[in-house]
Design a protein around this ligand. Structure first.
Ligand SMILES: CCCCCCC[C@H](O)CC(=O)SCCNC(=O)CCNC(=O)[C@H](O)C(C)(C)COP(=O)([O-])OP(=O)([O-])OC[C@H]1O[C@@H](n2cnc3c(N)ncnc32)[C@H](O)[C@@H]1OP(=O)([O-])[O-]
Ligand SMILES: NC(=O)c1ccc[n+]([C@@H]2O[C@H](COP(=O)([O-])OP(=O)(O)OC[C@H]3O[C@@H](n4cnc5c(N)ncnc54)[C@H](O)[C@@H]3O)[C@@H](O)[C@H]2O)c1
Length: 286
């Protein structure tokens, strides 16, 4: 462990609850913040279900579920973060929302706390812009599902200090992750490489070359990917994926190869966000 003080995770959605889990598993006390107690209850109930299933299968030691959950303290007030050493923000991919939250964090958290964002694509420099101490803002980009994916990108914004990068990097390593240091470029490294995976998949469907089922099967069997692009977009969240597409498109001065696909926008309008709403490119039991 890199600190005996609590760490905070902001947002108990797809990513936040997974990050809270891995931190708690390694012995950190986690303050999990979300906007309502109801959202927090649902997030923790989902985590309990996943941990209990693994405990029943004998994949985790008896009593482990209670141990891990006991280290996650839910809160719907930001003031509860007055004593943390590190914050990992995982709220929706909207710049204005993130900036408003970081400005509150700067006032509430101890002056030495490192403030990290799990953003997929928003420049760290833009999140830190306007803060009094941008040197403590860093990107800590986990992948989905956070408990299973081995990589974390550690991103330096224009004014990120070396101490914040070192602390965030060391923290991710204590979670058993491999880190990749990265500068503040649109989509960072992984999401930049992955652009074509989603974008070309969508275009192939639009052009009538193949169905989503065929493309997913081909990616799995021919490329040895765990999931094809449509299965993966459903896992990520169609809403998150659209926000990421828009942000990379704008950050590259609207380079056409990064243009979001209207299929994504239509699905967001319909509320078909993927696994988390039970319907995306495919259907899921809720
Ligand atoms: C346009 C660009 C836009 C980019 C968008 C941004 C995206 C973002 O920034 C980057 C990413 O993350 S990119 C995304 C990168 N991500 C990828 O590329 C993901 C690729 N996919 C995969 O790795 C696998 O298909 C899954 C793990 C998702 C499911 O595996 P499966 O075999 O099909 O199904 P299974 O049998 O159900 O589960 C197997 C085991 O996994 C366990 N488990 C499942 N969910 C879990 C959770 N939420 N938590 C914890 N654990 C979870 C489960 O308990 C089981 O454990 P056991 O011990 O074996 O009993
Ligand atoms: N989904 C992915 O595959 C993935 C992977 C890596 C990084 N990310 C990034 O992680 C962040 C979160 O994505 P997600 O998929 O977990 O989103 P999500 O929609 O699943 O969860 C977002 C959570 O934030 C909460 N929230 C909304 N407004 C809030 C506020 N003002 N304060 C605190 N919480 C608030 C919501 O209630 C929800 O629980 C985004 O920046 C996204 O780009 C996502």
């Amino acid at each position: 462990m890199v600190t005996s003080r609590p760490v905070a995770v902001l947002g108990g959605g797809t990513m936040g609850i997974g990050i809270a889990q891995v931190a708690a598993e390694q012995g950190y006390t986690v303050r999990l913040y979300d906007i309502t107690d109801d959202v927090l209850d649902k997030a923790l109930a989902g985590l309990r279900g996943r941990l209990e299933k693994l405990e029943q299968k004998g994949k985790r030691p008896a009593g482990d579920t209670e141990l891990v959950l006991g280290r996650i303290v839910p809160t719907s007030t930001l003031d509860a973060l007055h004593d943390v050493a590190l914050v990992i923000e995982a709220v929706p991919e909207k710049l204005e929302l993130k900036r408003a939250i970081f400005s509150q964090l700067e006032a509430i958290c101890p002056p030495d706390a490192v403030l990290a964002s799990n953003t997929s694509s928003i420049p760290i420099t833009a999140i830190a812009g306007g803060l009094k101490s941008p040197e403590r803002v860093v990107g800590l980009h986990f992948f989905n599902p956070a408990p299973l994916m081995k990589l974390v990108e550690v991103i330096s914004g224009m004014h990120t200090g070396a101490e914040a990068v070192a602390f965030a990097d060391a923290f991710a390593i204590t979670l058993g992750k491999t880190t990749a240091k990265c500068i503040d470029t649109p989509g960072f490294i992984v999401n930049r490489v992955a652009r074509g995976f989603y974008g070309e998949g969508l275009r192939l469907v639009q052009e009538g070359v193949a169905t989503k089922e065929q493309i997913d099967k081909i990616a799995r069997l021919g490329g040895n990917f765990r999931m094809g692009p449509f299965e993966l977009m459903d896992l990520i969240g169609i809403d998150v994926n659209l926000s990421v597409s828009q942000s990379v498109y704008h950050a590259t001065y609207e380079e056409q190869r990064y243009r979001p696909n209207p299929i994504q926008e239509r699905m967001v309008h319909a509320g078909d966000f993927g696994r988390k709403t039970g319907r995306g490119f495919y259907r899921y039991d809720q």
